[in-house]
Design a protein around this ligand. Structure first.
Ligand SMILES: Nc1ncnc2c1ncn2[C@@H]1O[C@H](COP(=O)(O)OP(=O)(O)OP(=O)(O)O)[C@@H](O)[C@H]1O
Ligand SMILES: [Mg+2]
Length: 257
């Protein structure tokens, strides 16, 4: 199930550019000099042990946390200089699939999917909303679940609806935090295929944070390994894991045993 290379990556265009980025919490130094580029059309998987700062990094990318030092450009904007309004406008161009699926339990699937449109694009007709909801529900193969409540869906279906909900605003960048965590292997495979379909169909660039090496291998064009606050190794899956570095070998062995 290796990744099919049907998409075009433009290495001249950086959609995310990070230079020498630092972040600490009180006495805890989490990010200690991150350098990274995500190119247009590219999927990059970020790997690293629990607590190494992967979620902190994507929260910084969407402006939910402020870095202590360093440069961060997203879609050509220096994130830390933006006003609240400019930041809101930028966030509309980024789809963020949270570690937990975070659907609204009191709304059915249709209402969950329509919610970002209703909140952000005020002048849409009922017909426009219907079309957009159907389009994303179809993209995640759950058109027949629109009237169901989130509690009646499986974990994998909730994940897919969470992804559909971010797709509805046609994001240019997708950030997936642990998309396959807690899912059985078959459902994981469906999510992996969905991530690849999203890249091809919506021409997005993505960061996929994962502990799941199958997911990393199958969804990403490059892997970035976060070790001790820095990207110690960035490259294709084979480049990263053909190594004598014990910390990287340990990660690989642990995952594939
Ligand atoms: N708002 C915060 N205030 C204080 N400490 C925080 C905050 N957010 C994260 N941390 C700490 O920063 C470190 C990195 O957290 P982060 O959530 O990025 O880890 P992670 O790499 O995503 O781990 P996991 O794989 O378990 O999701 C942790 O030690 C965490 O406790
Ligand atoms: Mg995390």
């Amino acid at each position: 199930m290796d990744k099919l290379k049907q998409h075009f990556i433009n290495r001249e265009e950086e959609v995310i550019s990070i230079k020498d980025l630092y972040k600490s919490f009180e006495n805890l130094d989490v990010l200690k000099g991150i350098n990274f580029s995500l190119y247009k059309g590219e999927n990059v998987a970020i790997l690293g042990k629990s607590g190494t700062g992967k979620s902190v990094l994507i929260k910084i990318i969407v402006g939910l946390l402020k870095p202590d030092k360093g440069h961060l450009q997203v879609l050509g904007k220096e994130v830390n200089t933006l006003s609240k309004r400019e930041l809101d406008a930028l966030r509309l161009r980024i789809g963020f699939s949270f570690q937990s699926s975070a659907l609204y339990d009191g709304m059915n699937v249709y209402q969950n999917l329509a919610f970002p449109l209703r909140m952000n694009l005020k002048n849409l007709s009922k017909k426009d909303i219907n079309l957009a909801v159907e389009r994303v529900a179809d993209a995640v193969s759950l058109k027949d679940k629109l009237s169901q409540m989130p509690s009646d869906l499986s974990g994998g279906q909730r994940k897919r609806i969470g992804i559909a909900r971010t797709l509805i605003l046609k994001p240019e960048i997708m950030l997936y935090d642990e998309p396959t965590a807690g899912l059985d292997p078959i459902t994981s495979t469906e999510i992996i295929e969905l991530i690849n379909q999203v890249q091809h169909r919506f021409n997005t660039s993505s960061i996929i944070i994962t502990h799941d090496l199958t997911c990393a291998k199958c969804t990403s064009d490059r892997i970035a390994m976060l070790l001790d606050g820095k990207f110690s190794k960035v490259g294709t899956f084979d480049e990263v894991f053909e190594t004598n570095d014990n910390q990287i070998k340990e990660f690989f062995n642990y995952n594939f045993m």
